[in-house]
Design a protein around this ligand. Structure first.
Ligand code: ADP
Ligand code: MG
Length: 728
C-alpha cells in the first residue's frame, strides 16, 4: 500500500479515547465563565447593576454614565477567572465569529505599563476591519468599522480571554454583521406581535422570540483529514467514490455512540455548560460519523450567540480528541448532509407561548391568529426565506433527495389543517364575544390534547409546525442562524402589522373585535393555502404542483439571491427598520461574492488534485499494466497473449479515456474561470460560476471517482470514503 496513506490509517485505527479533562459536570459549574446577572450583582455597584439590567430588559441603549462602572467590574471578574486579554466578539458576514484580542494593559502617561480596561473600550472599539466583506458599504480607505457591546448577551471568558459580544457597524451606521439586523428584527417582531396580543390580553407588554437549534456535524480522524487537501481547504470532499456500505442499513441513527466520540461529546458539553450553553441532547445522525447536539431553547439573540460559540468550541475540542469537526452542509457525496433545524417560537412576558393552543377560546383564537399570520408571512416571502438559507454549501442539500427541498412549504399536521379548514368555512355571524364561557363554535377549543399527539412529523418539510413551535429545517449546518431568523422575524412582524391594520379598519367600521379578527383570519387562510403541503416534499409531483401554486422553485443559488432585491422584500425590511436598501444591496453583493469565492476555491483545489494526485497515480498504475502486457507478449504466442492481456488492455484503455477527459476538462475549467473572473458584476460572476464551473467540477469528479475504482488500492494516495466515514 502507498506508505503515507497506510501510516495514516494505522495512526487513525490505533487511537484510543482521550480521557475527558474535567471528569464531572456538577450543576454549580453551569455558567461559571459567564458574566451573568448573578455575577454582575457581586461585581457591580447596586446603582450600576440596576441601570444596566433595566436597559437590558427594556432594550434601551447602554447608558454611557455607567460604562466605566460596568467595565471595572467586568474586568475584575474576568481577571479572577484567569483572563489576561479581552476581545470584542462579533459576527461578520463571512460566517462564524471574529475576534481581535487586546491585552488589558495600556501605556500610562508617564510611560509605564498599567492594567486598563475602561468603559470606552467596553462600549466601542474600532477594529481595523477593512478586510471584512461589506459589499461596497465601506471603502477600504475608510477602514473604520465600529464594534459595540450588546448588553443583552452576557460577556464570557474563554481560555485567557474576556469575550464581549458586540454588534459591528460601519462608520456611517450601517450593519456589517448579523447581530445588528437580528436585534432590530427582534424589536420589530416584539412591537407588532405585542400590538396583536393586546387584542386578547391588555397585560402583554413584550413578545420575546425564541430559538432552539439542533446542530448536525461530522467527525473525521485528524490524520485522515490532513491527508485530504480538499477537506482541509474547502471543508468537503471534492472527490471520492461512495463506500460500498454507507447509510443504507440506517444502523448509525440512534446507534450507540462510539467511545472516542463520546469522550469528545462529554468534553464539549462540560465546556459548553461552563459557558452557560444549556446543552441537552446528543445523538448519532443518519450518516456514518454524523452527530447532533441540541441545547434547551433560549431567547433568540442569546441562542444564536450560543450556537456560534458552540461551533467554535467544537472545532477546538475536537482537536484535543484528534478529530476534526466538519460543519460543512455536504462533506460527502451520497450520504446525508448536515443541517441546523431552527426551532422558532414567540412568547409573551405573561408566559404564554403564542404557538401553543391555549386553555380557552380566547387563547385558542390568539394561537390561530399567530399561526395563520406566520403562514401568510412564509407564503408571501417564501422566495426570500429560501434566499436566507441559500449558499454554495447548502445548495448540495437543497433539492437533492434529502431534507430540505428547494421549495419552501409548511407542514401543519392533520389536526391543525382540519381546524383551518373548519375555520375557513365558519360563518362569522356565529362568532360571539370572548366571555370565557361560550365556545366560538370553531372547534378550536378542543385543540390542546390533540396537538400533543401531533408527532407524525413530516421529515420532508422545510418548515414544519411541531406542536408549540415552527421548525425551520432548511438552515445550513455551517450557517449563522441569524440570517434565517431575522428574515422570518421581519416577514412575520410585517404581516402582523398588516393584519392589525385590517382588523382595526373593520373595527372602525363598527364590527365587533372578535368578528373582525375571525373575518381577517378567514381571508388569510384562503390566500395562503398554497404554502401548506402535507405530502412528500422530495417527490417529483410536488415540484410540478409547487410550480402550479406559484411558489418559488428556482434552484440556482445566485438567482435565488435576487429575491432579496424584490420590491416586496425591500419593503418589509425597510418598514420594520431591520435593513435599509443600501444594507440589503451590499449584503446581496457579499452573498454573490462569497458564492463565487467558494466555487472558485473548490474548482482550483479540484484542478490541482486532479493534475498532481489523480492523473499521476492513474498513469502510474497504467504503466504497470502496460509493462505486464509487454511481458505477456514477449513470453507467449500471439493468440495466447491476446487472450491473457485482454482484461489489462480494457483497463489501460479505460484509464486513458478517464485521464484524457480529466485533463481536457481541467483546462476547460481554468479557461471558464478566467472568463467568469473577467465579469464586472458580482451577480453575473456568481451566475457564471454556477452555470459553467459547477457542472465542470461535477463531471471531472465523476471520472476521478471511476478511476478510484480501477486503480490499485496500494497506489491510491487519498484516504477513501470507507476510511473517512467509518474510522473513529
Ligand atoms: P426533535 O425531535 O426535533 O429533535 P428536540 O426535542 O430535540 O426535537 O427539540 C428540538 C429543539 O427545540 C430543542 O432545542 C428544544 O429546546 C427546542 N424547543 C422546544 N420547544 C420550543 C419552543 N417552544 N420554542 C423554541 N424551541 C423549542
Ligand atoms: Mg428537530
Amino acid at each position: 500500500m502507498n506508505s503515507l496513506r497506510f501510516n495514516l490509517l494505522k495512526e487513525a485505527l490505533g487511537r484510543k479515547a482521550v480521557p475527558v479533562t474535567s471528569e464531572n459536570r456538577p450543576a454549580d459549574e453551569f455558567a461559571k465563565y459567564v458574566f451573568n446577572r448573578e455575577t454582575m450583582q457581586k461585581y457591580l455597584s447596586k446603582y450600576t447593576y440596576k441601570t444596566l439590567t433595566d436597559s437590558i430588559d427594556k432594550s434601551l441603549p447602554l447608558n454611557r454614565d455607567i460604562a466605566d462602572g460596568v467595565a471595572t467590574g467586568m474586568k475584575q471578574w474576568a481577571v479572577s477567572m484567569g483572563a489576561t486579554h479581552y476581545t470584542h466578539w462579533f459576527q461578520p458576514l463571512t460566517g462564524g465569529t471574529a475576534e481581535k484580542h487586546d491585552a488589558f494593559v495600556e501605556i500610562s502617561e508617564i510611560g509605564g505599563v498599567i492594567e486598563e480596561f475602561s468603559g470606552k473600550l467596553l462600549v466601542q472599539q474600532e477594529p481595523d476591519a477593512s478586510s471584512f466583506p461589506n459589499g461596497g458599504l465601506r471603502n477600504t480607505f475608510e477602514a473604520r468599522g465600529y464594534s459595540a457591546w450588546d448588553p443583552s448577551s452576557p460577556a464570557f471568558v474563554m481560555g485567557d480571554t474576556l469575550c464581549i459580544p458586540t454588534v459591528f457597524i460601519s462608520y456611517t451606521g450601517e450593519a456589517l454583521d448579523y447581530k445588528t439586523p437580528l436585534l432590530r428584527s427582534i424589536n420589530a417582531l416584539n412591537k407588532s406581535a405585542t400590538a396583536v396580543c393586546n387584542y386578547f390580553d391588555a397585560n402583554v407588554s413584550k413578545v420575546i422570540s425564541y430559538l432552539g437549534w439542533e446542530q448536525e456535524y461530522f467527525l473525521v480522524d485528524d490524520a485522515l483529514y490532513n491527508a485530504r487537501p480538499d477537506l482541509s481547504l474547502t471543508g468537503r470532499t471534492l472527490m471520492g467514490h461512495e463506500s460500498a456500505k454507507n447509510q443504507q442499513l440506517e444502523d448509525h441513527y440512534f446507534g450507540s455512540i462510539p467511545t472516542r466520540v463520546l469522550a469528545f461529546m462529554t468534553d464539549l458539553e462540560n465546556e459548553a455548560l461552563k459557558l452557560g450553553v444549556p446543552v441537552k441532547t446528543r445523538h448519532n445522525e443518519v450518516a456514518p460519523n454524523q452527530f447532533e447536539l441540541a441545547p434547551i431553547y433560549e431567547e433568540l439573540n442569546l441562542a444564536n450567540d450560543h450556537n456560534l460559540l458552540i461551533m467554535s468550541l467544537m472545532k477546538k475540542i475536537a482537536r484535543r480528541h484528534n478529530f476534526r469537526v466538519l460543519l460543512h452542509e455536504k462533506p460527502f457525496k451520497g450520504v446525508n448532509g448536515s443541517g441546523k433545524h431552527n426551532n422558532w417560537s414567540m412568547g409573551t412576558d405573561t408566559g404564554v407561548n403564542l404557538f401553543s393552543p391555549g386553555k380557552n377560546d380566547v387563547e385558542n383564537l390568539q394561537f390561530i391568529t399567530f399561526l395563520v399570520n406566520t403562514m401568510m408571512a412564509v407564503y408571501k416571502h417564501n422566495g426570500l426565506l429560501k434566499a436566507s438559507i441559500s449558499s454554495a454549501n447548502n445548495a448540495h442539500r437543497l433539492g437533492a433527495n434529502e431534507a430540505p427541498p428547494a421549495i419552501i412549504s409548511i407542514f401543519l399536521g392533520k389536526q391543525v389543517s382540519e381546524v383551518l379548514d373548519k375555520l375557513e368555512q365558519v360563518n362569522t355571524d356565529d362568532v360571539i364575544h370572548f366571555d370565557g364561557k361560550t365556545a366560538i363554535r370553531l372547534g378550536v377549543a378542543h385543540l390542546p390534547e390533540v396537538l400533543l399527539d401531533n408527532t407524525d412529523r413530516n421529515r420532508t418539510s422545510p418548515f414544519a409546525f411541531t406542536g408549540n413551535r415552527f421548525e425551520f429545517r432548511a438552515v445550513g449546518s455551517s450557517a449563522n442562524c441569524a440570517e434565517a431568523m431575522l428574515t422570518l422575524n421581519t416577514a412575520v412582524a410585517n404581516q402582523l402589522s398588516v393584519f392589525k391594520l385590517e382588523v382595526d379598519a373593520l373595527i372602525e367600521d363598527g364590527m365587533p373585535k372578535e368578528k373582525a379578527i375571525v373575518t381577517v383570519i378567514k381571508s388569510l387562510i384562503a390566500k395562503c393555502r398554497a404554502i401548506s403541503f402535507e405530502g412528500n416534499g422530495y417527490s417529483e409531483e410536488w415540484k410540478a404542483e409547487a410550480q402550479k401554486r406559484g411558489l418559488d422553485c428556482e434552484t440556482s443559488v445566485p438567482l435565488i439571491f435576487d429575491n432579496q432585491l424584490k420590491p416586496e422584500s425591500l419593503a418589509i425590511f425597510e418598514n420594520c427598520g431591520v435593513l435599509s436598501r443600501e444594507e440589503i444591496e451590499s449584503r446581496c453583493e457579499v452573498k454573490w461574492e462569497m458564492y463565487t469565492k467558494k466555487i472558485q476555491i473548490e474548482s482550483r483545489v479540484l484542478g490541482d488534485l486532479a493534475m498532481n494526485h489523480i492523473v499521476p497515480v492513474a498513469s502510474g498504475y497504467q504503466s504497470v499494466l502496460l509493462d505486464n502486457v509487454s511481458k505477456i507478449n514477449a513470453l507467449f504466442s500471439k493468440e495466447e497473449a491476446a487472450a491473457m492481456a485482454s482484461q489489462d488492455k480494457i483497463i489501460i484503455k479505460a484509464i486513458s479515456d478517464h485521464i484524457g477527459f480529466i485533463i481536457e476538462k481541467v483546462a476547460e475549467m481554468t479557461e471558464a474561470r478566467k472568463q467568469a473572473n473577467a465579469l464586472a458584476s458580482e451577480r453575473e460572476k456568481a451566475i457564471a460560476y454556477h452555470d459553467t464551473i459547477v457542472p465542470l467540477t461535477e463531471s471531472i469528479r465523476t471520472h476521478i471517482d471511476k478511476l478510484e475504482l480501477i486503480v490499485d488500492d496500494r497506489m491510491w494516495t487519498l484516504p477513501k470514503y470507507r476510511e473517512l466515514l467509518f474510522i473513529r
